[in-house]
Write a protein that binds this ligand. Structure first.
Ligand code: GTP
Length: 602
């Protein structure tokens, strides 16, 4: 393979703007798959991807294409559809020199369009601006071009127009990939070195890796070593993905290939595979540090399903190195796990895959975010080694006297909305403690608004509320903005004076009264009346912020309940026995288990 004839590229776009459809066309046009419906969207492999229409796992295809009588090798490195997945996206852009920047000419620029453009810019990639769906009668390519001009300063003359569905303009687009994107800057004359950009687990062959060869060449059977531990292995598997595996004997710098060293051969994202002569002796951390921004607890809906759910989580986590899994237990929900995710969509997709692919039934708790604190006399507080501590479980927050400073994660939210909803969007964001940034006009009908928002206010129900406020016309995306100082407190819920572990939360002081009232009134609605009076209190540092009282049953009510004929009474007792399993008892008060999950949702 001649390196000057290799092109490595990705397609980036807002959800539904046609990335998978275009990938299918590229595969057809280069002969990788046959035209027709059976192969439709081969790159969208997972069921959840098909159902939700979003791409989750990056998949790569090496395409052969003849241009001006020369043979080219075009590596399409598919990227997942959301910046939540920046982890995966960033890995794959490392192997790319350019992107097809796809925008639906019917919908125009959307929130994620802005996000993927900035990702490409940050990584100095060549951008091929491409309008899709120009076959639609309501497509407005001229207006979309002027949107691209005003938001990203893209020259309208460089914009291509295609219909991925009909195949219009796709050939010209492939030629633009060859003429506009440079070949990889890899070095054939140096020792072999490849970076792992993705991994997945194969039942029989162990970890399989997608590798970008930065220098040198490699052959099957050659001895190689991992940079992370310098252990030696034999290269067992080497293949091009077309997108199905096509075994090859040798690969060279610039190529993107599948490699594997067998069941004990290892391999993880970010690690490097080196030839034995390579003098690089310094270890690299394998997986780049993943920042988990959203946490949620997951529990089997019945403890008898614990093993089944455990297996399912393990299996999925093997193919998604970005998720973190820690054992967790709760008096109400039993033995379970606390999972860490890159963002909301990641959480959504992971749990949906879990339920779908493994048919596991599970209870998912309301999502929460990590907080950071600076502690006084860190040495005195044993469990904290450093001065700054990340807190993912509110119960582990130390005594407030030992906390010097609180921080919470913020994001920059981008919202593209029709102008008539500017007021509504503004109210929503300010309500969620947002600080507006300057907005810019997209065209005369649409506006791009940006806000700095606490992530904790975004993780619960923000997207749905935005959609319903704007009749579905606004799009939303967010970028990490880091931890910033904040005024936070730990709020506890007491039932007849006893602490309910599961309901301890961290809240912003400005929202204290509101959160306290909301939680107590909601609990009052959800807890069934019992034989004794129930006091529900929201407490911060010993001070009660809200109190609700749930009256006891009156005598005659219970009398009636236990009267009646024998079969009815038996049935009632049976129901009660079944119900008991799903109850948690706090200070002798029975609380239905779903309360613990539902009350924290908005
Ligand atoms: P993600 O995987 O979530 O990023 O979505 P996607 O960008 O891959 O979108 P996908 O290819 O699934 O297309 C979304 C919808 O738009 C599908 O219903 C496609 O059939 C349709 N579509 C894609 N390209 C075109 C086009 O050129 N013309 C028309 N009319 N429809 C298209």
């Amino acid at each position: 393979v001649d390196m000057s004839r290799i092109r490595n590229f990705s397609i980036v776009a807002h959800v539904d703007h046609g990335k998978s459809t275009l990938a299918d066309r590229l595969l057809e046009l280069t002969g990788a798959i046959k035209p027709g419906n059976e192969n439709s969207q081969v790159l969208d492999q997972l069921q959840v991807e098909r159902e939700r229409g979003i791409t989750v796992k990056a998949v790569t295809a090496s395409l052969n294409y003849k241009y001006k009588n020369e043979d080219y090798l075009l590596n399409l490195i598919d990227t997942p559809g959301h910046v939540d997945f920046s982890n995966e996206v960033v890995r794959s852009v490392k192997a790319c020199q350019g992107v097809i920047f796809l925008v639906d000419a019917n919908e125009g620029v959307q929130a994620q369009t802005v996000a993927v453009h900035s990702l490409a810019k940050r990584n100095n990639l060549i951008i091929i601006p491409t309008l899709n769906k120009v076959d639609l009668p309501r497509a407005d390519p001229e207006n979309t071009k002027s949107q691209l001009k005003s938001l990203f300063n893209i020259d309208p003359d460089t914009v291509l127009s295609i219909s991925a569905k009909k195949g219009w303009g796709v050939q010209e687009l492939l030629e633009a990939v060859i003429t506009r994107i440079p070949p990889p800057k890899a070095d054939l004359n140096k020792h072999f070195k490849a970076t792992i950009i993705d991994t997945w687990h194969d039942k029989y062959r162990g970890v399989m890796c997608l590798a970008y060869i930065e220098s040198g060449s490699i052959e099957v059977g050659q001895t190689v070593k991992w940079r992370s531990d310098l252990k030696q292995h034999t290269l067992k598997y080497l293949a091009l993905l077309r997108p199905n595996e096509e075994p090859i004997e040798k690969a060279v710098a610039g190529q993107v290939v599948m490699v594997g060293c067998g069941p004990k051969g290892g391999g993880s994202v970010g690690d490097e595979l080196l030839s034995l002569e390579s003098a690089e002796e310094t270890k690299v951390a394998s997986a780049p540090t993943v920042k988990h921004m959203v946490y949620a607890g997951i529990f089997p809906s019945d403890q008898s399903q614990h093993t089944q759910l455990s297996d399912a989580i393990k299996k999925l986590a093997l193919n998604d190195s970005a998720v973190s899994v820690n054992v967790d237990s709760s008096p109400a929900l039993g033995q379970g796990w606390r999972l860490g995710f890159l963002g909301l969509l990641h959480l959504d997709v992971f749990t949906q895959r879990l339920l779908q692919e493994h048919k596991a039934e599970a209870i998912l708790t309301a999502p929460s975010v990590p907080y950071k604190i600076k502690v006084k006399g860190a040495k005195a507080i044993k469990q904290y080694k450093g001065e700054e501590v990340i807190i993912t479980n509110p119960l582990l927050l130390p005594d407030p006297h030992n906390i010097v400073e609180y921080y919470e994660p913020y994001v920059i939210g981008t919202i593209i909305t029709p102008v008539e909803y500017i007021g509504a969007v503004n109210t929503l964001c300010v309500d969620r403690r947002g600080t507006p940034l300057p907005s810019s006009s997209v065209d005369e009908k649409m506006t791009m608004m940006q806000f700095i928002l606490p992530l904790s206010e975004v993780v619960i129900d923000f997207h749905d509320t935005l959609k319903s406020l704007t009749s579905g016309f606004a799009s939303f995306d967010y970028q990490d903005y880091g931890f910033h100082s904040s005024s936070l407190v730990r709020m506890d819920i007491l039932i007849n004076g006893a602490l309910v572990d599961e309901l301890t939360t961290i809240v912003h002081t400005s929202r204290l009264e509101y959160s306290a009232r909301r939680l107590t009134t909601k609990l009052k609605e959800m807890i069934p009346r019992q034989m004794v009076q129930i006091a529900i209190q929201a407490v911060v540092s010993g001070k009660v912020y809200s109190r609700e009282t749930l009256k006891a049953y009156r005598k005659d009510v219970t009398a009636k309940l236990y009267g009646g004929d024998v079969t009815r009474r038996k049935k009632l007792l049976k129901q009660q026995a079944e119900g008991k399993k799903k109850m948690r008892s706090v200070a002798n008060i029975k609380i239905p288990r779903n309360t613990f999950v539902d009350v924290l949702k908005r």
